[in-house]
Design a protein around this ligand. Sequence first.
Ligand code: AKG
Ligand code: FE2
Length: 209
Amino acid sequence: MSTGSIDGLRVIENFITPEEESELISEIDNREWGGNGIPPNPEMKRRTQHYGYEFSYRHRNARYIGLLPSMFSFLLSRLVSEGIVPSPPDMCTVNEYNLKQGIMPHRDASLFGPTILSLSLLSPCLMRFEKEGEDEIKVLLPIRNELSFFEFLPLAQRSLLVMTNSSRFDYKHSISKDEIEYLGDQKIVRGRRVSLTFRSLIKEESKME
Ligand SMILES: O=C(O)CCC(=O)C(=O)O
Ligand SMILES: [Fe+2]
């Protein structure tokens, strides 16, 4: 497990086995992808799948679409049995990043609960964290030992990112479009990456049944 200096942020490596990863990918690739011209987020360049609740990035709201499918059951049990969350998340967003695709700096919407989880499949990447409204404050990068506005966290293939507390509420996170990135001596080469972001909805009024 690796933790940076940001409160509430950690990565659990090898959260799933290579066999479980292959099984998840084949199940996901057998299902319909949205995004890239297809509702509920036709404006998005990357492809997505929504389970539990369908989230509109433009309208910042969620619509119930059913229970999470059984392909995620073993993950939900593991998240609870390992004490990562007290109860199973009720939604999952699958994001696909092909080469030259990333995600802009953002904080996850406040209608999602206090813990955001993201499982990285097929490829590693670097996630960048920046504190909102504190552009002037530089942080000391633990690995590079240099001052930067940003902190970077490597997300290994098959690792689980856990964002709570300050990392979830005070920081924006993003992923670059770069095919090759460096963190100190570590070279991170990106291939097709699929991530499973598990969250729970908290605000009843945001649920449009
Ligand atoms: O791809 C990831 O790991 C992160 C996705 C993300 O930040 C989001 O969907 O809000
Ligand atoms: Fe996010």
